[in-house]
Design a protein around this ligand. Structure first.
Ligand code: ADP
Ligand code: ZN
Ligand code: ZN
Length: 753
């Protein structure tokens, strides 16, 4: 605790967030060659500082008048890198809030929010370097120049420039015939000071936004939704747009965006998957004349910085991006949209484990603007918030235009002999749809050729030596890969245990399905879309273009295909195996299964041609599966919400998962035992209503040679849980542990694996 009497006052102190694993900020003195009142020094600028024996880039968080350290313990900042804050005040606030809420070191939080070029010290725009005469220079200093006429002339030149049209830029000095060396000489004597000046901003986008693109007339439900949002546009409001797949949610977004763009306000649109950005960017660019920029991991660092910068200075009207785009500053924010808000990918799964969806709501509140969360399968959290009237609920129950919802059918495969995962009935259907000149989508949520390699003689199974997991067989190039730690092994030709050559693969992955379908439907193109086949963005774009051309083809794909794509020519969607999700051990397992199935199914029949969905299952009469295909998603969600309420799980409680991993199970376990003891003590003394579960080995006990243990904290009182976490983190940071042990905190975890 900082205590007022501990503070020593010694002029200006700069408080800096340093990218390091410590949950605190650090005090520094201003740089030595800075005169008393440079305007530049304000929160949100980058500073280069000495840190240990390194130089690192930190973010200035506050300017104070004192420190708890005595002056001789404080080091000066080496240099100031920006002439104005990189973050808008709203971003600055949500980052500080986020560091606190997710219990993550603030220096790392700020670093996460910056494009990598800025993190590594590049200037935002090529800042202009200039010179000014030091305020401390005296007449005797001037006289000391004596007959150094050139230096005298330069000093006068800089002075005159200051009194005249503005700063003497470095280039200006050189152009006037002074050398860089001469400037360095004056600088060394502290007669002049270096200054950086921001180049002037690029122009705000042109608010005339209409293009010639044909705009459809809204249906009644769309009209209601658009009107409801427009009515509230003058301040903060969060909307949940619950609209079945193909109901025209994007059209609703665009009408609202139009409203804001036409008065010069920017719109930030978050999408779950980088693969979705080209389609949606094209759609927006066709509708709106203003500039559209995107921000995702597929861009080069320079492209990313440019998009970020154009958003920041108001030049970009529409900003489309994946998770981390939520930290993009906007000069004139007008609207935030989170499309497919239920999607897992909005939660960062390592380091700063933030939820971009939740931060979007925080940010909209901070910026006093509206946010729309859209989905055909809203998360239980958002549905709950809507029922609690924290969010405004908007519904689109029918498909837009002429498209009808697809018919859904469960095929019982418990007594079938399948060919590479396909029932005879399904193969017949595929044939029918192809003959009718349509496209078919086959969904299987496992990449690779097959999940297991097995010895027929002794029963050996290909396992990863670093993880508790099997090695997946890959066809191209032939290999065995661990999907958890990235280990790659040569494909065994014989069993390592008994030397038998009788090896077979068990189960199916996208590659096996692809090969089978190529043989079976040899005259039809088969496109595989998974993380392996789409590593290059060009390849993915090329495949999307092929699909858009509309010729008959079969798409084989994972989760990637389930997300938001609009493929008007797909009429049949086949889900090869729905059972994994039905019996998942994770508390969100059924929610995610339902979302995936409905989203994949939603790719069928999005245009004039009717769609059909076939779901293969060994448990075709399972109540959850039946409800899913026979009732709207909201009924399925009600069922799950009731279960969560009984079990006091989110959204009826708040969770925090503390993970520790180490080279051996015992040290990870004993570390969390100590954390558990501290937790119990605090809960008792402070009467905090927080429940502790564990420590227990994680469901995946070993990953990448490290043993993993979990401690789960749960409370129906978010404030109490936050109170506890703040104190607990502080204490845990001081616990001694083996060097190789790592621990982390996951507030509102997506899964408990
Ligand atoms: P969602 O985002 O809900 O999946 P989209 O906005 O992509 O749905 O709409 C699906 C299709 O319906 C698109 O081709 C879109 O142009 C069309 N559409 C949307 N609204 C209308 C409307 N009111 N009348 C006719 N067609 C519409
Ligand atoms: Zn064997
Ligand atoms: Zn592994």
């Amino acid at each position: 605790m900082s205590n007022a009497k501990d503070i020593k006052y010694h002029g200006r102190i700069l408080q800096v967030a340093v990218p390091c694993p410590l949950r605190r900020v650090f005090d520094y003195l201003p740089p030595v060659d800075y005169s008393e009142a440079p305007l530049q020094i304000q929160p949100g600028i980058r500073v280069l500082i000495p840190f240990g024996n390194r130089q690192v880039i930190g973010i200035l968080t506050k300017v104070l008048s004192g420190s708890r350290l005595s002056k001789n313990k404080l080091k000066p900042v080496i240099s100031v890198l920006d002439s104005e804050p990189l973050f808008t005040p709203a971003i600055f606030k949500i980052l500080s809030w986020g560091a606190n809420y997710y219990q993550h070191p603030i220096g790392e939080v700020f670093a996460t929010a910056l494009p990598s070029k800025l993190r590594s010290g590049n200037s935002l725009k090529a800042d202009i370097i200039g010179w000014k005469v030091s305020t401390s220079i005296s007449d005797s200093d001037r006289e000391s120049l004596g007959r150094a006429y050139k230096q005298k002339a330069l000093l006068e030149f800089i002075e005159a420039a200051e009194e005249g049209k503005g700063p003497a830029t470095n280039d200006g000095c050189l152009a006037a015939g002074f050398s860089q060396q001469l400037l360095a000489q004056l600088h060394k004597k502290h007669f002049i000071e270096r200054q950086t000046y921001a180049v002037s901003k690029s122009k705000p986008f042109n608010p005339i936004v209409v293009t010639a693109d044909k705009v459809p007339d809204l249906n009644d439900e769309q009209c209601v939704a658009v009107a409801a949002v427009i009515d509230k546009l003058s301040g903060f409001c969060c909307f949940l747009l619950d609209g079945v797949t193909g109901s025209g949610k994007t059209e609703v977004y665009m009408r609202v965006m139009h409203e804001q763009l036409s008065i010069g306000k920017q719109c930030l649109v978050l999408v779950p998957e980088i693969g979705l950005t080209p389609q949606i960017t094209a759609r927006f660019a066709k509708r709106f004349a203003c500039s559209v920029v995107s921000l995702h991991s597929g861009l080069s660092d320079t492209e990313r910085l440019s998009s970020w910068d154009r958003a920041r200075d108001g030049n970009a009207g529409i900003i489309i991006g994946t998770r981390s785009a939520i930290f993009t500053p906007m000069a004139n924010p007008g609207l935030i949209i989170v499309d497919e808000e239920h999607d897992n990918s909005f939660k960062q799964q390592d380091g700063f484990r933030y939820s971009a969806r939740d931060l979007a709501v925080m940010r909209a509140r901070e910026e006093n603007i509206c946010v729309i969360l859209g989905s055909a399968t809203p998360s239980l959290e958002s549905l709950h918030n809507a029922r609690q009237k924290k969010f405004e609920y908007l519904q689109l129950t029918t498909r837009a235009g002429t498209a009808n919802p697809p018919t859904m059918e469960v095929v019982d495969i418990s007594h079938e002999s399948l060919v590479e995962g396909f029932s005879a009935q399904l193969l017949y259907k595929i044939q029918q749809h192809l003959v009718a000149n349509n496209q078919v989508l086959v969904f299987i949520n496992r990449r690779g050729f097959a999940p297991i390699l097995n010895c027929q003689s002794c029963g050996w199974i290909s396992e990863c030596e670093n993880c508790v997991a099997q090695l997946t067989v890959h066809a191209n190039p032939p290999s065995m890969r661990c999907h958890h730690c990235g280990t790659i092994r040569q494909l065994s030709k014989f069993c390592p245990e008994c030397k038998s050559k009788d090896l077979t693969t068990i189960g199916i992955g996208t590659q096996k399905v692809e090969r089978f379908l190529r043989e079976r439907f040899s005259s039809t193109e088969v496109l595989r879309i998974d993380r392996d086949s789409t590593r290059s963005k060009f390849k993915f774009t090329e495949m999307l273009q092929k699909i858009e051309r509309g010729e008959p083809c079969i798409l084989v794909g994972t989760q990637m295909l389930a997300k938001g794509h609009h493929f008007p020519n797909i009429t049949l969607v086949a889900i090869l195996d729905a059972d994994a999700g039905l019996f998942s051990a994770d508390f969100r397992g059924q929610e995610q299964m339902a979302q995936t199935i409905i989203q994949v199914a939603g790719r069928a029949g999005r245009a004039e041609r009717a769609g059909e969905v076939i779901i293969q299952s060994r448990h075709s009469t399972h109540a959850a599966l039946q409800r899913l295909i026979n009732a709207p998603y909201s009924e399925f969600a009600n069922l799950l919400l009731a279960e969560r309420k009984t079990a006091a799980m989110p959204p009826y409680s708040y969770l925090c998962l503390i993970r520790a991993e180490a080279a051996d199970l015992a040290s990870a376990h004993s570390f969390l035992i100590r954390a558990a003891t501290i937790t119990d003590e605090m809960c008792e003394v402070q009467e905090l209503p927080v429940e502790r579960l564990g420590p227990l080995p994680a469901p995946m006990e070993k990953r990448n040679r490290r043993f993993r243990v979990h401690l789960l904290l749960k409370s129906s009182n978010r404030g109490a849980l936050q109170d506890l976490l703040r104190q607990l983190c502080g204490r845990m940071e001081t616990l001694k542990h083996p060097r190789a042990l790592r621990w982390g905190i996951d507030v509102d975890p997506q899964d408990l694996i």
